[in-house]
Design a protein around this ligand. Structure first.
Ligand code: CP
Length: 309
């Protein structure tokens, strides 16, 4: 595949190939010398128009572990501040023979627009409220690693679904791989008609947690909210936050607690749950490097080149 734009455009076979490749990449990341020459001579440009800690850093580390050259550009230090358009900026980068452009942008569809016009591969690192496919893939890798399968698991995704590109990509990915997804959150944070994506919706967090194999808590995206429904963050935490007490009362003994980050501690999740024994939040981050190594490898013709690696 030339581009990785969203989960909807990946088949079950392609998702399985990415996850299997990521498992192999994780083994490389666990060696004392965590670097292989696989992508030597390739140039990867990280083009981030929104803030990022995990995604940008892990794509950069992934590129370096595969011996590619990577360079980072942000909106505030590029000539976009002088009025250059996104497509002109991207064409100029391509003119420097970049092989892969990894892009995060506040506008939904921006990476798709670039992918249509550029010969370079484009990987979507998050576009507006639309998609964040590498996050969904690392989430699926983390669940598969812990549960052995994705099929027939109950995945509860809780919080601000409306503004969450992670939720949209997780829904597309997990349902495609045979899991049951249940969403919970305040009515104002759940888009109307989302059941057509093959998920169920409840408005009580305890009902969502009950019987769940995985609980994925989402951040309240204050930067994208017009008006916050709850009078205080403490009130939100009381009604929709994941606390130790709530877990003890309603969750399965082998539940996995996940969060894509960044975490609002004490709002959607209490610190003792985020750091507690069921949490795999930092495992998600570790697996993010492996998944992004797999994506860079595969869009660079990895399967074709596998025999010569
Ligand atoms: N999960 C995630 O996308 O984190 P960053 O915004 O820090 O990249």
């Amino acid at each position: 595949k030339k581009d990785i734009l969203d989960m909807a455009s990946l088949s079950v076979e392609e998702i399985s190939l990415i996850l299997d490749t990521a498992d192999r990449m994780k083994e490389i990341s666990e060696r004392p010398v965590k670097k292989v020459p696989t992508l030597r001579g390739r140039t990867i440009v990280l083009f981030f128009y929104e803030a990022s800690t995990r995604t940008r850093t892990s794509f950069d580390i992934a590129a370096k572990r595969l011996s590619a050259d990577s360079i980072s550009i942000s909106a505030s230090t590029s000539s976009m501040v002088k009025g250059e358009t996104l497509i002109d900026t991207a064409r100029n980068i391509e003119a420097m023979n970049a092989d892969v452009i990894v892009m995060r942008h506040s506008s939904s569809g921006a990476p798709h627009m670039l992918a249509k016009r550029l010969k370079a591969s484009v990987i979507n690192a998050g576009d507006g409220t639309h998609a964040h496919p590498s996050q969904a893939l690392l989430d699926m890798m983390t669940v598969r690693e812990n549960k052995g399968t994705l099929r027939d698991l109950r995945i509860a995704i809780i919080g601000d679904i409306s503004h969450s590109r992670v939720a949209r990509s997780d829904i597309a990915g997990f349902t495609k791989m045979g899991a049951d997804v249940v969403l919970a959150g305040p009515p104002t944070m759940i888009p109307r008609g989302i059941e057509t994506l093959g998920v169920s919706v409840v408005h009580n967090i305890d009902n969502a947690i009950h019987g769940a194999d995985v609980i994925m808590m989402l951040r309240i995206q204050k930067e994208r909210q017009k008006g916050f429904l709850f009078s205080t963050e403490r009130e939100y935490a009381r009604v929709f936050g994941l606390s130790k007490e709530r877990l003890r009362k309603h969750a399965k003994d082998d539940v996995l607690i996940m969060h894509p980050g960044p975490v609002n501690r004490g709002v959607e999740i209490s610190p003792d749950v985020a750091d507690g024994p069921y949490s795999v939040i930092l495992d998600q981050v570790t697996n993010g490097v492996a998944v992004r190594m797999a994506l860079l490898y595969l869009v660079s013709g990895g399967v074709r080149n596998a025999s010569s690696d």
